[in-house]
Design a protein around this ligand. Structure first.
Ligand code: ADP
Ligand code: ADP
Length: 234
C-alpha cells in the first residue's frame, strides 16, 4: 500500500454566512521512499491539507489513508499514539525545548514511546550522524546556530523512523547556506534510510531537491512535475 493516499478530500470552513472552500477535491498518492514537494500561493490550501494529513484537522469529505489506515476510523484516544508512531514533523521554527540538550530533544519521541535506553542512544546517534550534528548533541538550543537547531529538529522527526515525515516550510527561517545543509540532510535521510517526506515550501531551491513537485491552487492539485530519475539540483 502507498504510504499516503488522499482521495477526493474537501475542507470547508465556516458556517452559512461565510464559508471558505479551502480544499476542493484533493487527490494524491505518495509511495514509500518518495521525497515530494508541495508548492502553491498563500491561501491555496497547503496548511489545511498538511493539517488533515497530520490528523490535526479533519476533512469535510473524502478519505485519507496513512500506511493503509483510514485516519477517520482511528479513535480519539488512539490518535496521539498513531501520530507519534507513524508521522514525523518538521516546522519552520525548530520548536526545540530550550531546557533540554540536542540529545534530549531528539530522544523525546522515543522516551514517550518507552523505548529501552540503549536503543534510544543508538537511534539518536544514528539520526544525528546522518544529519551531521553529532558535535552538538550535548549543547542546548541557545548554543547552536539556527541551521543546527533545524537539523536537530529534523533528527527528532526522523528518529522514530516514521512512515511519513511532514515538513512545513523547513527552510523558511534559514539562510541559503543552512537551507542547503538541511535539504542535503533530508535528501540523504531519504536516500540512505528510505524516509518518505512531504515538504511544503515556497522555495524553488528547496523544491529542486524533490523528484516530484505538486502544485496546488484554490484547493486543487492543478499540476505536477516529475523529473524522472535524474537528480536536477546543482
Ligand atoms: P501560511 O500561508 O504560512 O501557510 P497562513 O497565514 O495561511 O499560513 O495560516 C496560518 C494559520 O492560520 C494556519 O494554521 C491556518 O489554519 C490559520 N488560518 C488561515 N486563515 C485563516 C482564517 N481565515 N481564519 C482562521 N484561521 C486561519
Ligand atoms: P496556505 O497554507 O496555502 O496559505 P491555508 O490552508 O492556510 O492556505 O488556507 C486556505 C484557505 O482556507 C484560505 O482562504 C484561508 O483563509 C482559509 N482558512 C484556513 N484555515 C482556516 C480556518 N481555521 N478558518 C477559516 N478559514 C481558514
Amino acid at each position: 500500500a502507498p504510504v499516503l493516499e488522499v482521495r477526493d478530500v474537501t475542507k470547508t470552513y465556516g458556517g452559512h454566512s461565510a464559508t471558505t472552500h479551502a480544499l476542493n477535491g484533493i487527490n494524491l498518492t505518495i509511495a514509500a521512499g518518495e521525497f515530494v514537494a508541495l508548492m502553491g500561493p498563500s491561501g491555496s490550501g497547503k496548511s489545511t491539507l498538511l493539517n488533515c494529513i497530520a490528523t490535526i484537522d479533519a476533512p469535510t469529505s473524502g478519505t485519507i489513508m496513512l500506511a493503509g489506515t483510514d485516519v477517520s476510523r482511528i479513535s480519539r484516544s488512539r490518535l496521539a499514539d498513531f501520530r507519534r508512531e507513524k508521522l514525523g514533523f518538521i516546522f519552520q521554527d525548530s520548536n526545540l525545548l530550550d531546557s533540554l540538550t540536542a540529545r534530549e530533544n531528539i530522544s523525546l519521541p522515543l522516551t514517550i514511546g518507552r523505548v529501552p535506553a540503549a536503543q534510544i542512544e543508538a537511534d539518536v546517534v544514528a539520526a544525528a550522524t546522518s544529519l551531521g550534528i553529532e558535535e552538538v548533541l550535548d549543547k542546548y538550543p541557545y548554543q547552536m546556530s539556527g541551521g543546527q537547531r533545524q537539523r536537530v529538529a529534523a533528527a527528532r522527526a526522523l528518529v522514530t523512523s516514521p512512515q511519513l515525515v511532514l515538513a512545513d516550510e523547513p527552510t523558511g527561517a534559514l539562510d541559503s547556506k543552512n537551507a542547503k545543509l538541511l535539504l542535503e540532510s533530508l535528501e540523504s535521510m531519504n536516500q540512505s534510510r528510505g524516509a518518505t517526506v512531504l515538504m511544503v515550501t515556497h522555495d524553488e531551491t528547496a523544491a529542486s531537491y524533490c523528484r516530484r513537485v505538486l502544485f496546488i491552487r484554490d484547493g486543487r492539485v492543478f499540476t505536477e512535475l516529475d523529473r524522472g530519475s535524474d537528480s536536477c539540483h546543482a
